[in-house]
Design a protein around this ligand. Sequence first.
Ligand code: TRP
Ligand code: SF4
Length: 399
Amino acid sequence: MQDLRVLSGMRPTGQLHLGHYHGVLKNWIDLQNEYDSYFFVADWHAFTTHYADKVDLENNVCQMVIDWLASGINPNTSTIFVQSKVPEHAELHLLLSMTTPLSWLERVPSYKDQQEKLKSKDLSTYGFLGYPLLQSADILIYKAGLVPVGEDQVAHVELTREVARRFNYIFGREPDFEERAEEAIVKMGKKNAKLYRSLRKSYQENGDIEAIEKAVAFLNSQQNITISDRDRLIGYLEGVGKIILPEPESLLTKASKMPGLDGQKMSKSYNNTISLRDSNHEIEIKIKKMPTDPARVKLTDPGNPAKCPVWQFHEIYSDEKTCQWVNDGCTNAKMGCIDCKKPLIESVQNELAPIQERAAEYEKDIDLVKQIIFDGSKKARIVAKETMAEVREVMGTNY
Ligand code: TRP
Ligand code: SF4
């Protein structure tokens, strides 16, 4: 497992669908085996746009977490938690708001886009403007190195980097920074000090980025230095000052290839989803109702798979041979659309069967789900509190 921490969040939308599974969850599942992973329900974020909706938030959170667990997010390797159960996010958000220029938030593309899109809601609120900064707090409070997000969220990670840089610049500059860093080097002992100095030199003289990475890994593995000294020594590598909040990188998740039943993006608001917990019967009905190439009125009318959402499903679910069978049968009018859909119904049912089996067990034991969320939130909070202690220290509110 690598040292880098991965963090990502999802708004509590309740039960998830195949778009979430293929677009997000499978990616998280891969990441959790490689990194120290934190996945959380961004329940406060829901209020930034849907503040007036009366929803059963608790149930939405539980149902979504059930889908995470059933899909394969492992609570023993990943930390699963809920944002509002770690109130330190709000404190960091408040403190970051003091140093974040308004124009940075107004410039975030989603600000104007979403206001346009959700015209029926009054989104000229303080919370909505500030929501990307809340996201920055979500990320920075765990010092996450990697943030897997879709394309629409990359700008938020970019903002987070700027926010962190500014924070470190303002609060990481101690008047006696160099002296303290030099003292911290000496405190590590001769051998470690020598290694640190040579890595630092290698970066400062030759711009060797690998040397920085090595030095950071080395500092993180040192048990006998204080957190403050470690931050100083990380900052001293680049010579800028203490790095309290490291800048994260976004890890762009490829757009999900999973289309909706009508060929548009799969989304609840388009009413074109297959939910992870749809019954076999519902799956069958939904796929049977899928629109096909309109040219195929009669069995003898040839069609073009490129114009058919069913074909897009085959590209995800079917092997080479089946795809050839579809292509041939469609373009040469050898088979009907009902036949073409049959193998898909089975594939989707087979894919979801083990997920639904696990989901059913969690549904029967909601207390277990709540316990997983509780334990994860407790664990996350320990990390969040550590970061806040450092933030309070450098801001001088630690009295
Ligand atoms: N804003 C994200 C979304 O709407 C959810 C989110 C909140 C998030 N905080 C985050 C994602 C932190 C990654 C990291 O999808
Ligand atoms: Fe679509 Fe298959 Fe019908 Fe062709 S045969 S139009 S690919 S459903």
